[in-house]
Ligand binder design. Structure first.
Ligand code: UDP
Ligand code: MG
Length: 325
């Protein structure tokens, strides 16, 4: 690679996209207008196509050919939201980085206020906290609320509640984030982990512009498990706490059985035996499953595979162009 110094635009906007063909033109128009309003021409818009099955990639190529500020990255297949975002963050070059969803649920027009807050507070990260969520189902809101609260209880790193990936970061915070090599990435938690000064920015989450959520229940559970296992070993500790409680219960049972025996009550007890067997074996299965979750992740990390693979890039690349080319 030639040792040319990286040209750093003032702001990079990084947007992972999966099946967002219908939203891309409006997304580009709104993001472009918002970022121009803040820094003028000195910006780049990094669009990452995460193996979309619709015409998203063609739409991105078109945008890249029309607007020299657009960098479009085509991943080799669907790698998932967090890895697509990582690809964009790796390749962007900006001094300040705005992460935003492609579906316009996070209004790009807030950029100006977020920059102002960053300057006023001297912060490295301004993360957007959802005050309201429009157009999302009760189920989505309830599970999301429960998720953030459970996560807060079990993790050792304080991860802000009701916060997605929508945030503005400085280059040094981003470089710190990119130095974390793990495969199972829960980026909002990893950003919290890197530290520096981070301030919340409350906003109202809008409805999806088009299409459906790409986070069905299965993917949400996966993200939740990555979040918990990535930031806490508490579930492993629970197993030992549980064994102490169970030892106490067994002792009581022992007394009960002995008492029954001496009272001449020798054939009864099938129900209680079955109960103990069923309860204990299900607890054991649960604990084994928890251990399995960690073990599986250890295995995946041990393989040290690349986080994602890039197939094509359209537009100028200012950032690290060393991704296996
Ligand atoms: N996304 C992605 N890859 C995926 C799933 C989603 O890049 O496998 C992108 C999607 O295009 C959007 C963002 O991640 O920009 C958030 O996804 P979505 O809006 O479906 O999630 P929700 O807002 O419903 O939690
Ligand atoms: Mg969305």
């Amino acid at each position: 690679m030639p040792a040319t110094p990286v040209q750093r635009p003032a702001i990079s906007v990084v947007i992972p996209c999966f099946n967002e063909e219908a939203t891309l033109p409006l997304l580009h128009a709104r993001v472009s207008a918002a970022v121009r309003g803040v820094v003028g021409d000195d910006h780049e818009i990094v669009l990452v196509n995460d193996g979309s099955r619709d015409g998203s990639w063609a739409a991105m190529q078109r945008l890249a050919s029309e607007d020299a500020h657009v960098v479009a990255i085509n991943l080799s297949r669907n790698h998932g939201h967090q890895l697509a975002l990582t690809a964009g963050l790796d390749l962007c070059a900006g001094q300040y980085i705005l992460i935003i969803d492609a579906d316009l649920q996070d209004p790009p027009e807030l950029l100006g206020d977020m920059c102002e807050m960053m300057a006023r507070e001297g912060a490295d990260v301004v993360y957007a906290v959802r005050r309201k969520r429009q157009g999302e189902t009760m189920f989505k809101r309830a599970t999301a609320a429960a998720f953030y609260r459970v996560l807060d209880r079990v993790t050792d790193t304080p991860i802000p509640l009701d916060t997605g990936d929508f945030r503005l970061m400085t280059r040094r915070a981003l470089d710190a984030l990119l130095s974390l090599p793990e495969q199972a990435r829960f980026i909002r938690g990893m950003v919290a982990w890197v530290g520096f000064r981070q301030v919340p920015f409350p906003y109202d989450r809008a409805e999806r512009h088009a299409g459906e959520t790409n986070y069905p229940l299965g993917k949400m559970v996966r993200l939740a498990l990555d979040a918990v296992t990535g930031f806490s070993t508490a579930p492993l500790r629970w197993a030992s706490h549980l064994s102490v409680v169970l030892a106490g219960v067994s002792l009581l049972l022992l007394f009960y059985i002995a008492w029954g025996y001496f009272a001449g009550d020798r054939v009864q007890g099938w129900t209680s035996t079955m109960l103990v067997v069923v309860v204990l074996s299900s607890i054991q299965m649960f604990v084994l499953g928890m251990i399995g979750e960690y073990l599986g992740r250890l295995y995946i990390e041990a393989k040290r595979r690349p986080l994602y693979l890039v197939a094509d890039i359209a537009g100028p690349v200012h950032g690290r162009a060393t991704l296996g080319f």
